[in-house]
Design a protein around this ligand. Sequence first.
Ligand code: NAD
Length: 360
Amino acid sequence: MPKILVLPGDGIGTEVTDVSLKVLKAIEEKYNTEFEVETALFGGCSIDEYGVPVTKEVLKKAKDSDAVLLGAVGGPKWDKLDYDIRPERGLLALRKELDTFANLRPAVVYPALKDASTLKGEIVEGVDIMVVRELTGGIYFGTPRGITKLPNGEEKGVNTLVYTTGEIERIARTAFEIARKRRKKLTSVDKANILEVMELWRKTVTRIGRDEFPDIELEHLYIDNAAMQLIRRPKTFDVILADNMFGDILSDEAAQLTGSLGMLPSASIGKSGAIYEPVHGSAPDIAGKDIANPIASVLTTAMMLRYSFNMDRAAEDIEGAVRKVLDKGYRTADIYQPGTKRVGCKEMGELIIEEVIKSP
Ligand code: NAD
């Protein structure tokens, strides 16, 4: 039986994960399947109980699971702790344990929410992009790094952008495979006109595409052009592949097209498992009030079904249910507009489940 470790975390993490677990239950019933679901403490609540944001046992459970479904961690209660035992350190430890080398950030503009974007509705309507970002290499990890003093009294800061062929190959394969499950188009982003590492990036991505994914249309863009095209013609993108730093920037830019933090799911795929989590944090300002938007977490669950369990139809059921509920005019407070119907976190979950059950 597929194993899922659920780490609701803190603040609204527990509220939105609760909704996701109910959606998962509905999927189990609909598809007559079963998951082994175990829940554990993670983040601030783990600090309260065990003095650390994540215990060794939980890390081991994560490694033994097929997927980890996470809520969010953190909050003012733990903000004054030493940096080493802050809730967010738990996230880093978990990512390291599972060696999550690929970060997946979809940006989907739902027709009902097209006016929530800062861009014109006609530019963003129908946008459905997946940004695949390399997560464990590149300039954020390369050595040498640091700040040194020069003999003349100045300081010198150094970071190193480095990628090996193997690192590029594995993230490229991940991105091509995702494109194969979608509209079969991949845009690889680099700066091959200036940087040798990026010349290697482009050469390697081109070879993997030619030899292993001839059915996928491959386009290359320089980062500066990609950043521009993403707001000029966002609808023409399907999957975007980028290194750690460019992916960091482009995934936030793509997210902004959609307009709301409460709608954004994400996944981090590793060699031995994957972590699925909404992009938002624990939102202490609204925690415990049943007003959080559970859609990011629910869509995160759909990603888990698609990418860890190959349950594409179940994932489509959930995504379709979200679309229908929004089309019917239901909104949580964060996406509320006059003329729509305001609902709480739990009720939004119930409405989505109703549509999941109803869909053929
Ligand atoms: P946040 O994402 O928690 O909240 C930012 C704003 O967006 C808040 O006004 C919040 O109410 C709103 N918001 C976020 N998610 C929402 C949702 N689902 N529905 C409705 N409104 C939503 O970011 P923050 O306030 O900067 O951070 C709060 C805490 O979360 C901090 O301790 C931070 O370290 C932590 N954090 C954790 C993660 C994570 O667990 N991956 C990510 C970001 C921040």
